[in-house]
Design a binder for this molecule. Structure first.
Ligand code: CA
Length: 728
């Protein structure tokens, strides 16, 4: 065992022990060393990869004299494989570790407890990275950080890319030892969390409904939530007396939700949606909540995901439903260029308890165009509106308590908008509100991810016609590369496995691709594909049922992908029955599927088969599907068969758009069980506009959950039944 003391030995006054620093190079050395640690000692993991390392860190440090576990060089100790960290004891500090290229074999990556009865107190995890440390099975639930015990701190950590089910971080109050915990969660970088496509994608949860009437006293401050898109709740507060202040939310879908628990304070937070779909702000439920001095701008979310939402409750609500809003203090917030403020939201037969004893005062609501963004869903006489300002909204449902004249805003040095008129100085957020400095969050030695541009960011690789020239080029391409195909005929004898973003393009003239396997392209984890200007023919495909031009991996995929098809011709997918253009497997998820200016002829299956999540668990296969300016002729299946079952309301999608397209003889095949040309089951947002349907099966739409918006207009139906809408 390597054992040495620091060059500069540290004697602690009043202590007999000598603070030691122990460098360990193997798991065995670590385990031997950890048993003998005294207050003030530091155990150092040697640089390098530590594979399959379940770190158990226990000990009793003292105030100002903790026991520390750290890295030889921060960022150069990488914990991989089946690994995790459990800590228990007092005054423990962990820093500098990176969890990457693996996942936890238990339900948690970093746990502030060893067992249910052996917790951590006065302990800290800092400057630690968890990067895509995901169970490979998308719907296998686990957690990255679980805080138990009391007086613990989680700060300056970098958590990015959780893409399997399960909240990223949770504070647990499941025993007395973990209640009234006074934890601090500060200066963390909560990086992009992709859309999960089901419940269980929260970034931070404090408590659970079961213990929600218990106070937590957790402080969440100065954290950066960057593109935390997992699901409807970015943060779910489910306990009492927590404080959330000074946090920055950028382009994050969903809201900070006071889901359960009372007496919470949310102040000095900044939400910047930048117009991104489904970006939301704050949703208020329960008693004694204070929401003050928060700045919200450019948020597009609606319904429960709006910029600002005050819910209706359930009379005598059980713990897991909705308590009435009572004694809420909502003051000095600025809500700017956002789309929806919802009051008494969720009003229905069950949620009939309207907000009471509440104040909505000195808030600034400003949309440049003066349109109304406030929707009142029920009686709001229990909210006292005073001294608010609106920007000359003609049809505002609220008048008392609002100054509704034109307001000019100007951006101040802190980047936020304020009224120019001094008479409005006391409306909206304070002048001294500080926007969190992003570089003060996370760690300096691990970069925060930039924009997610997938296509056309790399080199252009020119190829000529020939046997497998496309296959070879795709195998050698880097992420973002464009394969530019010279005119001619290409034969592909192996399925092209796409594990990085690739563009396949014909620019100079006609390119025809034929393929001899059951699929031409297979998208696997990390892959995205853009086709531009090519012709894909199924003529050389095997004479077996169930071929696909493109398919996803048949197994669970952690990474969301994108498929773009432009100016492309697809023909003769008919060597046998059920030949799909695109087949999606269970537990795979598309961020976006786009078909534009393309034509499809003679297909025996579906164009987009997205109907494999049939257990009604609230899962589905893709967030946005858009088909525009395209034609479909003699398609035996549907052009889109999308299924999203279940009654859970945690997701945003799926979204479906069909525009300026023509369908001729679509859906008439005997194997097309849904008897639809377009079948949308549980889709949340549908636009079917300006299309022509000839001799086709009808559009069939089933609404099952939420308040789905379906727009169908300017469509022509010739020899095709009118669309059928079914409300469940
Ligand atoms: Ca949820």
């Amino acid at each position: 065992m390597t054992r040495f003391t620091l060059a500069a030995l540290t004697f602690i006054l009043g202590q007999t022990g000598l603070a030691e620093t122990l460098l360990v190079g193997t798991q065995e050395e670590y385990e031997n060393a950890v048993d003998a640690l005294e207050p003030g000692d530091t155990i150092v993991l040697a640089n390098g990869e530590w594979r399959d390392f379940e770190i158990l860190f226990t000990g009793k440090g003292e105030p100002d004299n903790p026991i520390t576990l750290t890295a030889e060089t921060k960022g150069e100790v990488v914990i991989t494989g089946q690994s995790n960290l459990r800590m228990a004891g007092e005054y423990l500090v962990v820093s500098g570790l990176v969890f990457r290229d693996g996942y936890t074999p238990t339900n948690t990556v970093i746990s502030f407890r060893r067992t249910r009865g052996d917790l951590a107190y006065h302990s800290r995890v800092t400057e630690t990275v968890i990067d895509r440390f995901n169970n490979p099975e998308r719907q296998e639930t686990d957690f990255w950080v679980m805080m138990y015990g009391k007086h613990n701190r989680f700060d300056h950590n970098h958590l990015v890319g959780k893409s399997n089910a399960g909240v990223t971080m949770a504070v647990r109050l499941d025993s007395e030892e973990s209640q009234q915990n006074h934890h601090r969660i500060d200066h963390n970088y909560f990086g992009p969390r992709p859309v999960l496509g089901s419940n269980g994608g929260e970034t931070l949860r404090i408590g659970t409904s079961q213990y929600s009437l218990t106070d937590s006293f957790t402080v969440v401050e100065n954290n950066f939530f960057d593109r935390c898109d997992g699901e409807l709740e970015i943060i779910s507060i489910k306990s009492g007396r927590n404080t959330l202040r000074g946090n920055l939310f950028v382009e994050s879908r969903g809201t900070l939700t006071f889901r359960h628990g009372n007496g919470n304070l949310v102040e000095n937070n900044v939400f910047l949606g930048n117009g991104v779909d489904h970006t939301g702000g704050i949703r208020v439920i329960n008693f004694d909540q204070v929401v003050r001095n928060n700045y919200l701008e450019g948020l597009t979310g609606h319904r429960f995901g709006g910029a600002f939402v005050v819910m209706n409750g359930v009379p005598d609500s059980p713990l897991n439903r909705y308590f009435q809003v009572d004694n809420a203090m909502i003051v000095h917030n600025s809500i700017i260029d956002s789309d929806h403020i919802e009051l008494a939201a969720g009003s229905d037969e069950e949620r009939s308890a309207t907000p009471v004893n509440s104040v909505f005062g000195s808030n600034l609501i400003h949309n440049e165009d003066g349109r109304n963004i406030i929707t009142v869903h029920d009686n709001i006489s229990g909210i006292d509106f005073r001294a608010n300002a609106l920007n000359g909204v003609e049809d505002s449902p609220l008048s008392d308590g609002f100054d509704n004249s034109g307001i000019e805003l100007r951006r101040a040095d802190n980047g936020l908008l304020y009224p120019v008129d001094d008479a409005l100085a006391d409306v909206g957020v304070s002048r001294d509100l500080q926007v969190l400095d992003r570089t003060s969050t996370g760690v300096s030695w691990y970069p925060k991810p930039g924009a997610d541009n997938r296509f056309g960011t790399g080199e252009t690789i020119g190829i000529d016609p020939g046997l497998d020239s496309l296959t070879d080029a795709a195998a050698g391409a880097s992420a973002g590369d464009v394969i530019a195909m010279a005119p001619g005929e290409y034969l592909v004898t192996k399925t092209i496995v796409v594990d990085r973003p690739l563009t396949v393009q014909a620019t100079e003239g006609a390119v025809t691709i034929e393929f001899e396997r059951t699929a031409l392209f297979e998208l696997v984890d990390g892959g995205s594909l853009k086709l531009d200007g090519v012709t894909i023919s199924g003529r050389a495909a095997p004479d077996v049922a169930g071929n696909s031009a493109i398919r996803t991996s048949r197994y669970s995929m952690l990474n969301n992908y994108m498929l773009v098809v432009e100016n492309t011709t697809v023909e003769d997918l008919n060597t046998n029955h059920s030949f799909n253009f695109f087949t999606l497997a269970k537990h795979t998820f598309a961020d976006r599927i786009e078909i534009a200016d393309s034509s499809f002829t003679d297909v025996t299956g579906h164009i987009l088969e997205m109907n494999r999540e049939t257990e009604d668990l609230g899962l589905y296969n893709g967030e946005y599907v858009s088909i525009t300016g395209s034609s479909f002729r003699n398609i035996e299946g549907a052009i889109a068969d999308i299924y999203r079952g279940g009654t859970d309301e945690s997701t945003f999608g799926p979204h479906f758009e069909l525009r300026s397209s023509s369908l001729d003889s679509v859906g008439n095949g005997s194997r097309n069980k849904s008897e639809a040309s377009v079948r949308l089951h549980g889709v949340q947002d549908t636009d079917i506009v300006d299309n022509e349907f000839v001799g086709s099966q009808p559009v069939r739409v089933t609404h099952i959950v939420g308040e789905p918006v379906t727009v169908m207009s300017r469509n022509r139906f010739d020899g095709t039944p009118e669309p059928l809408l079914n409300e469940i």
